[in-house]
Design a protein around this ligand. Structure first.
Ligand code: GDP
Ligand code: MG
Length: 440
């Protein structure tokens, strides 16, 4: 079902009982209609003509009747799920109908005529789960990612976060920050204005341990990398053989190769899978000073930006002038004498010599960039909030001035609240839940 913007219809409120077709578009074998809210139980009582409600969490067969006309709607499996131990935290019911268009439409229409019930908007079930505290923002975000996951790596990552991997860490951190803040308060209360007692050494080491744990999460990979691949940028002076090497790695003529310096003027991107790992290879304009060509100058500018944003830079120029951290590749080894000691490896894109070693090196680098077993990649929102948390903890550890320590701990609490969504602004929440389907 196409996502609709999360804007409540006039008069709608969060205490309404909502319903939606949660399974795919009919016709289908089975259609699942979910109902959530205080009137969920009353709604199924009406549709079953007041027959005893099925035992909680047990599927029971029931004849559904339209209370307005008395006509039979369907014979359906009914689930009664009393809150708060439900997906939304509210009373819920699930109707497993015969998945025809007319059946679903008739049942949805009958539900819509019941007092206090209205159709759900996109993401509203998940939003209620968040608002009743069943899940935090990270789990909600991961549920959205799970629905959108197209590759195995994305699915695994979404499962980790939807399962609360980050949420559990955050809960522990919030607890520790609160207890540190309480200890600080106590110390401040017992010391007089003139002579504030120094903080006990245990305090500092606990703060440092917390900071180290947060730092490990801050080092986690951006989730975009799972989608877009590890960014490898080929850089160096004109005619170094960058485009030829990119084509050899990509296994196709992605970039134009000529003996003319300045052939590549814009960034050329080629997504490739090497050893099952997604890479995004980027070819750049040759870096050299004093070009008279305005287009080439822009290309050189873009090359510099690409290098700055790269995960791995393959530098094909003079090894002495390689950017920091770059892999020094001695290219065109078949026709040049290169010093093996000055390079990380020698390759010839033309003869293929050294190409296997280059791929191995890229895979080794990628292994450190992609999430390991049980490690989650994080969204931009999560990484930004974790950075704020790290800065707050740095402030708290800085001077030892109790006022600054207290302020750092306060900011740390705010950063954790932003991560769990407890301090989220409405705009951010609308944007996040609006990505969902109706019925989710
Ligand atoms: N013999 C040989 N020639 C190469 C090799 N790599 C590139 N070339 C040639 O060097 C010239 C410049 O290559 P190109 O890939 O366009 O360099 P770029 O400016 O760094 O992109 C072209 O004429 C290529 O055919 C190589 O490994 N061996
Ligand atoms: Mg080129």
């Amino acid at each position: 079902m196409p996502p609709a913007p999360l804007e409540n219809s006039p008069g709608a409120s969060a205490s309404d009982t909502i319903f939606a077709l949660s399974s795919g578009a009919p016709p289908a074998g089975v259609a699942v209609v979910r109902v959530s809210g205080p009137m969920a139980g009353a709604a199924i009582d009406r549709l079953t003509g007041g027959r005893p409600r099925p035992a909680a969490r047990r599927a029971s067969l029931r004849i559904l009747t339209d209370p307005a006309s008395g006509t039979t709607l369907d014979r359906a499996l009914l689930l009664w799920l009393p809150g708060p131990g439900t997906a939304t935290g509210e009373d819920m019911a699930e109707l497993h109908l015969h998945g025809g268009r007319a059946v679903t439409a008739a049942v949805l229409a009958a539900l819509g005529r019941l007092p206090g019930l209205r159709p759900a908007v996109a993401g509203e079930f998940t939003r209620r789960a968040f608002e009743t505290g069943r899940i935090d923002l990270n789990e909600a975000e991961a549920l959205g990612d799970l629905l959108a996951a197209e590759t195995e790596a994305q699915r695994r990552n979404a499962m980790l976060l939807a399962g609360g991997a980050l949420s559990r860490a955050l809960e522990g951190w919030q607890h520790r920050v609160l207890s540190l803040a309480a200890r600080l308060e106590a110390q401040l209360d017992f010391s007089d204005e003139e002579d504030v007692a120094p903080l006990d050494p245990g305090f500092a080491s606990e703060l440092a341990a917390l900071d180290a744990e947060v730092a490990r999460w801050r080092g986690r990979l951006p989730v975009e990398r799972l989608r877009d691949g590890v960014r490898v940028v080929l850089a160096g002076p004109p005619n170094a053989g960058k485009s030829t090497l990119l084509n050899a790695l990509a296994g196709r003529e992605a970039a134009i190769v000529t003996p003319i310096a300045g052939t590549t003027r814009d960034l050329i991107e080629a997504p490739v899978a090497l050893g099952g790992v997604p890479f995004l290879l980027t070819d750049t304009a040759g870096l050299h000073a004093g070009t008279g060509d305005a287009v080439e100058a822009i290309g050189i500018d873009r090359a510099a930006q690409a290098i700055a944003a790269a995960d791995i830079v393959l530098w094909l120029g003079d090894p002495g002038s390689a950017p920091a951290g770059a892999v020094r590749v001695g290219a065109q080894a078949d026709r040049r004498t290169l010093d093996p000691a000055a390079h990380d490896l020698l390759v010839s894109a033309q003869s293929g010599a050294g190409m296997d070693e280059l791929v191995t090196l890229l895979l080794d680098c990628a292994a450190t960039l992609l999430p390991g077993e049980g490690e989650a990649a994080l969204s931009a929102r999560q990484r930004a909030a974790l950075d704020r948390l790290g800065e707050a903890l740095a402030l708290a550890q800085g001077e030892g001035d109790p006022i600054l320590v207290a302020e750092g701990l306060r900011l740390a609490r705010a950063a954790i609240d932003a991560l769990t969504g407890r301090a989220g602004t409405e705009d951010m929440l609308d944007g996040l839940f609006g990505r969902f389907c109706i019925g989710k």
